[in-house]
Structure formats: C-alpha cells, structure tokens
Design a protein around this ligand. Structure first.
Ligand code: OXD
Ligand code: MN
Length: 596
C-alpha cells in the first residue's frame, strides 16, 4: 500500500473493527513493560520468578488455539490457478465480504494497537515494511521481540516507504460478556488470509504464533515469496548459519528443513570438532538475492526466535537455553511450583507442575505437562552465538544450501548435488515420513514438502519451482552455492537413530565446508556426491562400520521406488518445469546402470 494511504487505511479499519481506543506502539522497553504488567494484572500472563528467569512471562493459550492452522490458511488470489494445487484458495470476492462481516465490531471493548515494523535489516534493498493492526497485546509483545518495530519504523514509512497492511483480530469482541484469558474464535471462523495481488494480510480468530504474528509466516514467507517472484528475490523457510574453521575462515550455509526438524538446533549448534564454530544469523527464514557480482546472498528478515520449547535442553541446544534464561516470553509451557518453566525433554520432570492447561500435573501423568508445540519468543541478540552479520543490510554470501527432512530410510546422511539444477531437484523431493495419521495406511509414506515451503508458498508451486531456475539464470556453477541433501534421521532395523545428530552434525558441516573450498574428496554415486568413509572426520565418534555403511548406502530399489513416487507427485502439481523431470529421468538412468 502506498505510504500516503497509511492513515486513511488505519481509520477505515478502525471504523470497521470499532475498537474503544487506538494506540500507536512506540516499540520502547517502557511500553513493553507496561503491557506485560497489565496482562499479568488481568491474569492473562504469569510473571516468572525473577530470580530464576528475570523479566520473563508465561502465557497459556486456549486449548483450541495452539498451532498454525493450515486448513484455515488461504491464498485469495484473483484466479484459482494462481494459488495452485497446494494452497487453499478462496475467491477474494467471496472472502473479503465474509471477513469484513467478521471484522465488523470485532474489536469492541478492546484497544486496536498499531504496530509499525520492518522485515529485514533497515536499509536492505529487499526489506519489507508492514503495519499490523491487532487487538492482542500478546501479539504486540511478541512482535517486539520478533521484528524490528516501533516509532522509528513509522517515521520511515511516513517518510515515503510503501508498506504491507496486516489486519488481525482475535475475534472475540467484548459485547455484554467478560474477556477470556486467551480470547479467540471457533475454528470455523478462523481465517488466515493472504491477498497476493493487493499484498494484503487479514487474519481473524487466532492469537497464536504464525496465525497472529503476521510478520513471520504470512508476510516474510507467503506474501514475500510472491513479491520475490515478481521482483527477483526468494523468500525461503531456511536457517542461516556461519561456520568458521580452525584457521578462522568463515562460510555461510542455509538450511531448508520442515517445521520441527531441528532448524533452530542446527543454527545454534556447538561443534564437537575442535576449533570449529557455528554462529547464528537466523533460524527460520532467509531471503535470498543476487548481487551484481552474480553471487547469491541472504538476509534474515526476522529479529527473534519463536522456537519450539519441547525437547530443548542444555544438552540438545545449549545456546538456545542460554538465550532464554531471561527476557523471554513462553507460551504453553508448564510451570514449576517456584514459577520457572518446564517442558518435556528439558530435564527430569519434578514431582509436581502446573501444566500448560493450568491443571496440577504429577510426575507419571499420561498427558504431557507442556504442549508439544510450546514455544519461547526471544530477541535474537540474546543468542550467545549470534553472528555479527545478523543485522547487515548487505546480507551474507551463501556458500551452501542444505535441504532435508526426517527419513528413516533411503536418504543417506549427506549427498552433494552434481549441479545447481540437481540441487533444485533435491529440494523438490524433500519430505518426511508420516508418523501418525488418521488414515493408517499412509503411515510410513512420504509427505513431500519441497524446500520445506509447502505451507508457505504464496502462489502456484510450479511457478515457485520456475522461480528457482529463473533466479539461477545463466549464472555459472562456480558462482552458485553448492546444494546438499542431508538426513540426520536415518534409523537402523531396530528403529534407533543411527547418526547422533546435534553437535556431531559439525562433522558433516566440515566436509561441506571443505568441499566448497575444493579440498575434501567425494565419490560419485548415481544420486550425487558422497563422502567416502575416510573423507568424513569421525575422530572420537563411536560408530560401527555397519552403521556407516547404512548411512551411505544407495539402495537401488528404494531409490527407484522413491523416483516413481516423486514422478506421481510431480504429475499432481501440474505443469512443473521440464528441468525437474530431466533431473528425475537422469537420476533414474544412473540408478538403472548401478550394479549392471
Ligand atoms: C513453523 C514455525 O511452524 O517456524 O515452521 O513456527
Ligand atoms: Mn518455521
């Protein structure tokens, strides 16, 4: 939206939603503290024990509002064919009036907060400015931790920057009824709507995470992916890490992994290999762009972590645990009797807790004390391993891109793509096995999630694939990042993970780093280039030869089946780029020759 329309848009939305007050957020610490104090007084938040967790708060959502709601997330492009087969499409001419009715009076009895924010470092060419209107003070506090927000951003917009309008209401007007601790609307009234032609976001009925913090998935992925397609950058669901070798040389590596596959852990990893370090630039989203030198660079549009708490411990992610020792908002975790936080996987459970449902919980109870999607929100500056480049408007040069999902079989520990096109093919085939499904016969089947972007591509998936090839253009391979398919989740016949993961993943990162420097050897297989056993630094690691063989096995039959399944998937997507079929056919041909 043109910056000149800013105030008339705010007025128009206010006359639709009818809040009691309008409040322009300045983004200050004092404002943040006031809002949290008020939320505690209203019993909507719990202030944690300042001796254990200074300046930190816990929120508990309604049990019906605990996650992103993909089936209530819509791409309302003018034409259905522009949303493609992987999105929920609704005609905007139907959705707009429907949602207008819902928004009408939806903020009665509440304050409408105006949040000016920017995704990306200020001054970055591709930074995207936004204004979120919301009736949720919880959202304001989280947006302050997750984005660059406040009156300095309003000044920039008013000074002539176009912005993306984002309207959000929890959908619980206070008309002749008291407020709830976590107001929200019933599932059938929830709409997380994107209007790509207008670059507009409307979200109604949920106060949780990606449904409500509109800078994150809605703007920085769905709308930005469409803007990027039009304007020549890529918005991707990727972490960004800085890897430094013992000689002090650094490289930046991106990683696309689906939600809950360890992006935050990888971006904060502490290498077990001596002399190596990993620093974090981002844990969830990367915007990729090309500079005049023909190389690809990335920025992290966010400025905080909205990480999954469950499973996070000083053993699995020391840096995250350090980051959340203070100044953190927790959502749907359990509380200890002395008002600290607890979740499954953090440490041994105490005998008694207050569960995320605010019930008394006893050790041994069947239900988990914290919700599996419990979260922490924390400013990125609190990561002890923060890379100094995190706020660099010029971005970081990308040396390698990792792609991967959770696969118990078939996919080796690491495979290097033969070429960038082959790497795009690897990204297109990403997926994870379905582990719990309503339809039991789909358990074990692979749910494809190309580049971990399935829920986040704001347009037709075929055009998304085309965009990968278009961005590459005529660039020579030497300038392009190398692409790697990694799989930390391979299991043995007994169902145990073979690879220890976490800090030990640095062994794989080292090989990748040294491949980028043309130093490490690799062996060609039909599916890509893999380290020979002696090429991977395994010093001090206790792993049997048999397990190593499994980690690097190329099972011809399993791969041919994989490609058959992938071909079916491609066909279900419509007219995807021919280059992807070419890669698939070439891979099949190479496999067919194996063992001949
Ligand atoms: C996700 C997230 O769901 O990052 O992917 O929260
Ligand atoms: Mn994510």
């Amino acid at each position: 939206m043109n910056y000149k329309a800013l105030h008339s848009w705010i007025d128009e939305m206010a006359s639709l939603c009818k809040p009691d007050n309008i409040y322009f957020c300045d983004g200050s610490e004092a404002e943040y503290q006031d809002m949290l104090k008020k939320l505690v007084n209203e019993k909507k938040a719990v202030k944690l024990n300042p001796e254990k967790r200074p300046n930190s708060y816990a929120f508990f959502s309604d049990p019906s509002d605990v996650a992103r709601v993909e089936n209530r997330t819509f791409i309302a492009s003018m034409k259905e064919s522009d949303a493609g087969p992987t999105n929920n499409w609704i005609d905007p001419l139907i959705l707009k009036p429907k949602m207008t009715k819902l928004f009408d009076g939806s903020m009665r009895g509440r304050t409408m907060y105006v949040i000016p924010f920017v995704m990306g470092p200020i001054g970055a060419d591709i930074a995207q400015y936004g204004i979120q209107l919301t009736d949720s003070p919880y959202v304001v506090c989280n947006m302050r931790l997750m984005t660059r927000m406040g009156e300095h951003i309003l000044d920039i917009i008013e000074g002539g920057k176009d912005f993306i309008p984002c309207l959000h209401s929890v959908g619980y007007p206070l008309v002749n009824r008291p407020d709830l601790d976590w107001p929200s609307a019933p599932i059938e009234e929830k709409y997380i709507a994107h209007f790509p032609e207008e670059r507009l976001i409307w979200s109604y009925g949920s106060g949780y995470g990606g449904n409500a913090l509109l800078g994150k998935k809605c703007l920085a992925l769905r709308i930005a992916s469409k803007i990027g397609q039009e304007e020549g950058f890529q918005a991707e669901h990727m972490l960004i890490l800085k890897l430094t070798n013992p000689e002090g040389i650094s490289k930046f590596i991106l990683g696309a992994f689906p939600s809950a596959c360890g992006k935050t852990n990888l971006s904060m990893l502490i290498p077990t290999l001596k002399g190596w370090t990993v620093e974090t630039v981002g844990d969830d989203i990367a915007w990729i762009f090309k500079k005049k030198d023909g190389k690809f660079y990335a920025i992290n549009p966010e400025k905080g972590f909205f990480g999954v708490a469950k499973g996070t411990s000083y053993e699995t992610n020391y840096n995250a645990m350090k980051a959340i020792e203070k100044n953190t908002i927790f959502t749907n975790v359990a509380l200890t009797e002395d008002l600290d936080v607890y979740w499954e996987g953090m440490k041994d459970a105490p005998d008694k807790l207050i569960s995320w449902k605010k019930d008394i919980w006893h050790k041994g109870d069947k239900e988990p004390a914290a919700h599996p999607n419990s979260r922490f929100t924390v400013p990125i500056e609190q990561a002890p391993n923060l890379a100094k480049e995190y706020d660099d408007k010029d971005g970081v040069l990308i040396s390698a891109i990792l792609v991967g999902g959770r696969r118990a079989n078939t996919i080796p520990l690491v495979i290097e793509a033969f070429s960038y096109n082959h790497g795009i093919f690897m990204g297109s085939m990403m997926g994870s096995e379905i582990t719990a499904a309503a339809i039991s016969d789909s358990i074990g089947k692979v749910r494809r999630d190309p580049f971990a972007m399935l829920p986040f591509i704001g347009y037709h998936i075929k055009d998304y694939f085309n965009h990968w090839f278009n961005m590459k253009g005529q660039t020579s391979e030497a300038l392009l990042p190398k692409i790697y398919y990694v799989n930390w989740f391979r299991k043995d016949e007994q169902g145990n993970f073979i690879w220890p993961g976490f800090g030990e993943n640095s062994r794989v990162l080292k090989w990748i780093f040294e491949r980028c420097e043309h130093k490490a050897k690799g062996i060609e297989t039909p599916i890509g280039i893999m380290p020979d056993k002696q090429d991977l630094d395994l010093t001090g690691l206790n792993i049997t030869d048999k397990d190593l063989d499994t980690l690097f096995e190329v099972d011809k039959k399993a791969w041919l089946d994989e490609l058959l399944d992938l071909e079916d998937y491609y066909k279900s997507l419509g007219d995807i780029p021919k280059a992807l079929y070419e890669e698939l056919y070439q891979e099949r041909e190479r496999l067919n020759k194996l063992g001949e």
